[in-house]
Design a protein around this ligand. Structure first.
Ligand code: AMP
Length: 183
């Protein structure tokens, strides 16, 4: 490991934990402090890019908004394209979308279907996997557009919420740079 690259443990120490946000009982894992640290951001992108390379990524997809930060940086690092998975109504063309359940209510994600060639290997990048609902909906949408989606990579996994397990059941393999116990 080069002395320019922080260890995964050092990266974990850069994530700020904010108790009871956005509601009581939730430990919010805040990456603002990680991305505000030059070497922390660079090392995160380095490790994520190594995983994306090992997974044969031909394109990176990142979810609005924090997935854009890491996903776009990984795409630049690898010299491949980035595909934004957007919140509804943001793209100026005819989109395809998927509605998915949240704890309370539903949400929707949309992509430009022409952004993917048939069989293209797309790796999903996001900051954090909790229940896996967002990543699973993204994988479904990307597959609907013709992508091959076998891998999703995250900075943080919250394994107690079962998201990684849920994705594996949908044949999406999950890797993360660090994990935190609890919600
Ligand atoms: P999920 O769909 O449940 O896997 O959650 C996906 C998104 O919710 C992640 O990309 C995070 O941005 C956000 N999120 C969920 N739980 C947390 C948490 N404890 N701390 C920070 N962000 C969270």
């Amino acid at each position: 490991m080069s002395n320019l690259t922080l260890s995964p443990d050092a990266l974990k120490a850069l994530v700020r934990t904010v108790p009871d946000f956005p509601e009581p009982g939730i430990q919010f894992r805040d990456i603002t402090t990680l991305i505000g640290h030059g070497k922390g951001l660079a090392a995160s992108v380095h490790y994520l890019s190594e995983l994306a390379k090992a997974n044969g990524a031909q394109k990176i997809a990142g979810m609005e908004a924090r997935g854009f930060i890491f996903g776009a940086a990984v795409a630049v690092h690898m010299g491949i394209g980035f595909l934004p998975v957007r919140k509804p109504g943001k793209l100026p063309i005819t989109t395809i979308g998927v509605d998915y359940a949240l704890e309370y209510g539903t949400d929707r994600l949309e992509i430009d279907p022409s952004a993917i060639s048939d069989g293209e290997r797309v790796v999903i990048v996001d900051d954090l996997i909790a229940t896996g609902g967002t990543a699973l909906a993204s994988a479904q949408l990307l597959r609907q557009a013709g992508a091959r989606v076998d891998h999703a990579i995250f900075v943080i996994d919250l394994p107690d919420l079962g998201g990684a397990e849920r994705l594996r059941e949908a044949n999406v393999d999950v890797c993360a740079l660090m994990s935190f116990e609890g919600e």
